[in-house]
Design a protein. Structure first.
Length: 398
C-alpha cells in the first residue's frame, strides 16, 4: 500500500510538470536581425555569380530571403570596376572580367537602403588543373574521388563543388502522341519523344582539402561524393562535373569551420559551433556581422561519364518508381466508333493518362493502351527532367 502511494505521488508530480510546460522562444531567436549573407567567389577565368540573401528566424517558413535591387561591383587595385547584373531571386552575375594573379580585388555591395559592404582585398589565385577523376565500387554504389597537384608548389589549399547529370527512362515507351484531337505516330526523332530523359543536380556539400603538411602540393584521391544505386542515378548513365578552386589559408580555414558548423553537429561529442567570421564588413559599422567569405581565383573543371554496364555492381539494376507495380494499364477500344472521339478526348482532358501503344489480335488493331503519364513520359516521372540529350553526352554509353 505504501508503494502504491509513492507511485501515485510520482505520477501527480510528473503530470503537474508537463501541464505547466510552456514553449519558450528566446529574444535572440524571435528577434533575429536581418544580417546580410553573401555567397560566391570572384572568378578570374569565367563568369562570376554572387547570391545575396538575409538571415531568417528559426520559425520562418521561407528557406531564403533574397536581397533584391543591390549594386554589386568587383573592384581591383588598379581602380577598375566591374558591375554585376541582377538576374533575379538574389542572384547577380557578370561575364569573365580582366583579372590576373598579380592583382588584388574585392567585392563591393550597395544595398537598396544605401548601406555599403565590402570584402577585404584578396589575392587572385591561379587554380591548377584537375589531374584525374576516379571511381571505386563500395557496397551498392560508387565513390568519386579527385586528384590534383600544383607544379609551382604555391597552392596548398583547395575547394571543390560539382554538379551531376544522370540519364533515366520511363517504364513504358510511347509510340503515339495526341495532337489536335487525334492520335499520331511518334518516332524517336520527334522532339516530343519522351522515353529517355536527363536530370541535373548541384552539390550542397562543403569540400575542402589541404596539402599544408606535405613537401609537395599534391592532393591524392580526395573523396568528392558517394552515389548509391538506390538513388536511381546509376540505372543508365551518370556524369559528374567537378569544379576546383585554389584557396588562401584564411579562406580554407573559413570553409573548414563552416563545414564543421553545418555538417558535423548532432551530439555533445561533435565539434561545437565556432565563431565564424568572414572577410566582409559594413563600411560604416564594423560591429554589424556580415555572413560569408569572398575569395578570388580561376576555376578548373573536369567531367567524368560512366554507363551502368561499366559499373561492376552485383545487385539487380535499380530503376526508380513508378514501376510495374504502379503502372497499371487501361484500354481504349475503337468500338463503338460513334463514341470513340468522345472517349479519346475525355482520356486526354483528364490529364493524368497517356497512350503509348496499340492492342489487338494478329493484324487486327482493336484500340490503344494507356497508362498514367509518369509511367510513359520521362519528363513527368521526375520534376526537372528534360528529354533533350546534353551536348556532352555520348551517343553510346559503355
Amino acid at each position: 500500500m505504501k508503494n502504491c502511494w509513492k507511485i501515485l505521488f510520482v505520477v501527480l508530480i510528473t503530470g503537474s510538470i508537463w501541464s505547466c510546460k510552456k514553449p519558450y522562444s528566446p529574444t535572440i531567436i524571435t528577434q533575429a536581425p536581418n544580417y546580410l549573407v553573401v555567397e560566391g567567389f570572384i572568378n578570374s577565368s569565367d563568369s562570376t555569380t554572387i547570391k545575396l540573401s538575409r538571415t531568417a528566424q528559426l520559425a520562418d517558413t521561407a528557406k531564403s530571403k533574397p536581397e533584391l535591387g543591390a549594386v554589386i561591383l568587383i573592384e581591383d587595385n588598379l581602380n577598375n570596376h566591374y558591375q554585376l547584373t541582377e538576374v533575379g531571386n538574389g542572384i547577380y552575375k557578370t561575364p569573365a572580367v580582366n583579372l590576373n594573379a598579380s592583382q588584388t580585388c574585392r567585392l563591393h555591395i550597395i544595398t537598396t537602403d544605401k548601406k555599403e559592404y565590402a570584402s577585404d582585398m584578396v589575392e587572385i589565385d591561379k587554380t591548377p588543373p584537375i589531374d584525374t577523376i576516379t571511381h571505386s565500387v563500395i557496397n551498392n554504389g560508387i565513390q568519386m574521388a579527385v586528384s590534383t597537384h600544383d607544379a609551382t608548389n604555391k597552392v596548398k589549399y583547395f575547394r571543390w563543388d560539382f554538379n551531376e547529370t544522370w540519364e533515366y527512362g520511363s517504364f513504358y515507351t510511347a509510340h503515339y502522341k495526341y495532337v489536335n484531337g487525334a492520335v499520331t505516330y511518334l518516332s524517336p526523332a520527334d522532339p516530343d519523344y519522351d522515353n529517355l530523359c536527363w536530370i541535373y543536380d548541384n552539390s550542397s556539400q562543403i569540400l575542402v582539402g589541404s596539402a599544408e603538411n606535405l613537401s609537395q602540393s599534391v592532393i591524392n584521391n580526395q573523396t568528392i561524393t558517394y552515389v548509391d544505386e538506390s538513388t536511381g542515378k546509376l540505372a543508365l548513365g551518370y556524369s559528374i562535373l567537378i569544379k576546383q578552386y585554389a584557396l588562401t589559408k584564411d579562406a580554407f580555414e573559413y570553409w573548414q569551420k563552416l563545414k564543421k558548423n553545418t555538417e558535423q553537429l548532432g551530439s555533445i561529442f561533435d565539434a561545437q559551433p565556432s565563431d565564424l567570421k568572414g572577410n566582409l564588413h559594413n563600411l560604416a559599422d564594423a560591429n554589424e556581422p556580415v555572413m560569408g567569405y569572398i575569395s578570388a581565383s580561376s576555376q578548373t573543371s573536369k567531367r567524368f561519364i560512366i554507363g551502368h554496364n561499366s559499373i561492376p555492381l552485383y545487385t539487380p539494376n535499380y530503376y526508380p518508381p513508378p514501376n510495374d507495380l504502379s503502372c497499371v494499364v487501361g484500354y481504349l477500344p475503337f468500338a463503338p466508333a460513334d463514341t470513340y472521339d468522345d472517349r479519346l478526348n475525355r482520356l486526354y482532358t483528364r490529364g493524368d493518362s497517356l497512350i503509348y501503344t496499340t492492342y489487338g489480335s494478329g493484324p487486327v488493331t482493336l484500340g490503344y493502351v494507356y497508362a498514367s503519364g509518369n509511367c510513359i513520359d520521362c519528363r513527368l516521372k521526375k520534376k526537372g527532367g528534360y528529354n533533350k540529350k546534353p551536348d556532352y553526352w555520348p551517343d553510346v554509353l559503355l
